[in-house]
Ligand binder design. Structure first.
Ligand SMILES: Nc1ncnc2c1ncn2[C@@H]1O[C@H](COP(=O)(O)OP(=O)(O)OP(=O)(O)O)[C@@H](O)[C@H]1O
Length: 471
């Protein structure tokens, strides 16, 4: 699955950097969520539909949250909890605390669910790490830290810190209530006694299936788990929990309350899934260029398989005068931070990346995701590249966040890619629509409609009604 793919192309996406000395990064002023372009979405009809993952019968007030947290949530403009927030929070907040494994579609608010539990349980009078969130990439760790800091802004004295690789801040002690980090750095910092793990009450693994399945990250998470107190509340969240990981997850979080979904419940209605048949590999690039104008109308992400392809695409596009940014595991931490921050702020509108950003990244203005390469994984038995449905789902989930609409476009250039995409569609029992770039006006018109719907804050239903042609 994703793990294998990520491992193949980004040998150890974040771990590699983690092995460089990690260090503390105190989260200061510029909240990552605030710099992002704000897109209003009309949620009312989605949140009223009991089959929608954004539906909730409850209000945040019914969830027994503190006045400071309610103030934080309202400041973030959250009106009603989503389904996963409504279902997970009462279980997470129970006393004595219980472990949890929770699955919910991409962009449905899992971060807020585990963050509210953390912020409810932290004892501000004790300035020691009490909650630890582990994420598979530095970008996701920084983003989660931004959410927790934003949400907890009215809790007087709350200190949050990132534990991600930062060679400029060596030998720094992590004096904070909440830490969010990547597993390698956290493991290293605990070993070197820069993180005091003895007061930890909660450990959260975001993108838990990826974290537990991937060799490097899995080992590190297991080691961290061995170093934290035995009675810690263990919380695992992801949009995907393939069967081979779920048993392992249950061992990692024993006696957990489990919220899971079937495969065919995982795709997001608001994401229009399209594909293009391309004659040969060579034509992929020229086809991509055709979409450049559409890509820059809002924000777009182009996913490729390897770091080399990412660098090569960037080089060619920039040489031809196009404005694109590129982020892969080959970049140093500060460069990665600069690129993702430019993308969040809208300064860079087209981002070329690998699976390193396939998961968790929440940039609401993303209306288009392009699978330049279909996500694949190595079949351990046949040693052949086969479809990676989980990574496909996470990649396309970078658009269509919390009721927004978006387009996911996959390039199919040979028989293998065709088979892989078909396998993905079968796995999720979902329909992918072909587009014919011979009729470019129709393609452009259709994608324009989605982008405009997204900008205007149209709901999924309004968008579907608008797009009446077959694509
Ligand atoms: N109750 C809510 N009301 C309005 N917006 C919300 C609510 N909860 C979360 N959001 C917003 O929804 C977006 C997606 O949330 P989040 O990033 O937590 O999704 P996720 O479920 O973790 O997705 P992924 O599986 O891709 O990691 C964020 O921009 C967040 O601010």
């Amino acid at each position: 699955m994703s793990a294998a793919t990520a491992a193949a192309e980004e040998p150890v996406p974040e771990t590699q950097a983690d092995q460089v000395d990690g260090a503390a990064e105190v989260f200061k002023g510029s909240d990552l969520q605030e710099v992002e372009a704000h897109v209003e979405v009309k949620l009312a009809d989605l949140q009223a539909d009991p089959n929608n993952p954004l539906f909730s019968a409850k209000s945040f007030e019914d969830l027994n949250l503190s006045p400071e947290l309610l103030k934080g949530i309202h400041q973030m403009n959250f009106k009603t909890p989503s389904k996963v927030q409504e279902k997970a929070l009462p279980l997470l907040l129970m006393n004595p605390p219980m472990n949890m494994i929770a699955q919910s579609q991409s962009g449905t608010g899992k971060t807020a669910a585990f963050s509210l539990n953390i912020l409810t349980r932290v004892d501000i009078t004790n300035l020691a790490p009490q909650a630890l969130v582990l994420a598979p990439s530095r970008e996701l760790a920084r983003q989660i830290l931004g959410v927790i800091t934003h949400m907890g802004q009215f809790i007087p004295g709350l200190v949050t810190m990132a534990a991600i690789p930062d060679p400029t801040q060596r030998n720094k002690h992590f004096e904070a209530h909440v830490l969010v980090g990547t597993p390698g750095t956290v493991m290293d910092m605990i070993r070197r006694k820069y993180i005091n793990q003895t007061h930890l009450k909660i450990i959260v693994l975001d993108e838990a299936d990826n974290m537990l399945d991937q060799q490097g990250l899995g080992d590190q998470c297991t080691r961290v788990k061995r170093m934290v107190p035995k009675d810690i509340q263990t919380v695992l969240f992801s949009a995907t929990f393939p069967p081979r990981v779920i048993e392992y997850a249950k061992n990692f979080a024993p006696n957990a309350n489990v919220l899971t979904l079937a495969h065919d419940e995982l795709t997001i209605e608001g994401i229009k899934q399209l594909y293009i048949d391309i004659d040969q590999d060579n034509d992929k690039y020229s086809t991509l260029l055709k979409f450049y104008g559409l890509m820059t109308q809002a924000s777009s992400i182009i996913f490729v398989r390897t770091r080399n392809t990412a660098q090569e695409l960037e080089r060619r596009m920039v040489a031809e005068g196009h404005k694109v940014a590129q982020l892969s595991g080959a970049l140093e931490g500060p460069d990665r931070d600069r690129v993702i921050d430019q993308f969040r702020s809208g300064e860079a509108k087209v981002l070329i990346t690998t699976n390193v950003l396939a998961r968790g990244i929440d940039v609401q203005s993303v209306t288009m995701v392009i699978n330049y390469d279909i996500p694949t994984q190595m079949d351990p038995q046949t040693r052949r590249e086969i479809a990676d449905p989980e990574t496909y789902l996470h990649r396309i989930g970078r658009t269509g966040r919390f009721g927004r609409v978006g387009v996911a476009l996959s390039f199919v250039h040979n028989k293998n890619a065709w088979q892989q995409l078909n396998d993905i569609a079968t796995y999720f029992k979902t329909d992918l629509h072909p587009i014919d770039i011979g009729d470019w006006d129709a393609v452009e018109d259709m994608i324009q409609k989605v982008i405009k719907s997204s900008r205007a804050g149209k709901s999924t239903k309004e968008m579907t009604d608008m797009i009446t042609d077959g694509a």
